[in-house]
Design a protein around this ligand. Structure first.
Ligand SMILES: [Zn+2]
Length: 143
């Protein structure tokens, strides 16, 4: 996008129109470049967004609340891809649950219970349990 800014056009409105036309004519190229950039700078981008979130917590919380109520289906889909791992939520590429308890066979909302935690693979050593079997497992383990 830097090459657009050195256009010899002074009038800001005309300039904007030219930029807009450029973006429309190069949509795919821009998309591909942005994708490449994101892939190459994954860690940096993660770090920057983490810092941004940390510095704008209140604002981000409000933004998220608004987004959730405007996009209930997307939010629901995102929740289904989320697992609880070592005290925080991780969003995976797809929903790792089948919706059936592997202990009692009940089909309902399920939790992934971690038998052991593996930093490299948050899904390793997990079993899918319904809420009551999950609770029972924790009570038994604490004895
Ligand atoms: Zn169960």
């Amino acid at each position: 996008m830097r090459n657009i800014n050195i256009l010899p056009v002074k009038d800001p409105i005309r300039r904007k129109a030219i930029q807009k036309r450029y973006r429309e004519n190069h949509k795919e190229q821009i998309k591909t470049k942005a994708k490449e950039y994101r892939l190459q700078h994954k860690e940096q981008i993660k770090q920057i967004s983490r810092e941004y979130y940390h510095n704008n917590q209140e604002r981000e919380r409000i933004r998220l609340t608004i987004w959730r109520s405007n996009n209930p289906d997307k939010y629901k889909e995102q929740i289904q891809r989320r697992i609880y791992f070592k005290g925080k939520y991780i969003t995976l590429d797809k929903n790792p649950r089948t919706g059936m308890c592997t202990n009692c066979g009940k089909v309902e909302h399920t939790n992934l219970h971690h038998i052991n935690y593996h930093e490299r693979d948050p899904l390793m050593d997990t079993v899918e349990l319904c809420v009551s079997c999950h609770r029972r497992t924790h009570i038994q383990n604490e004895r």
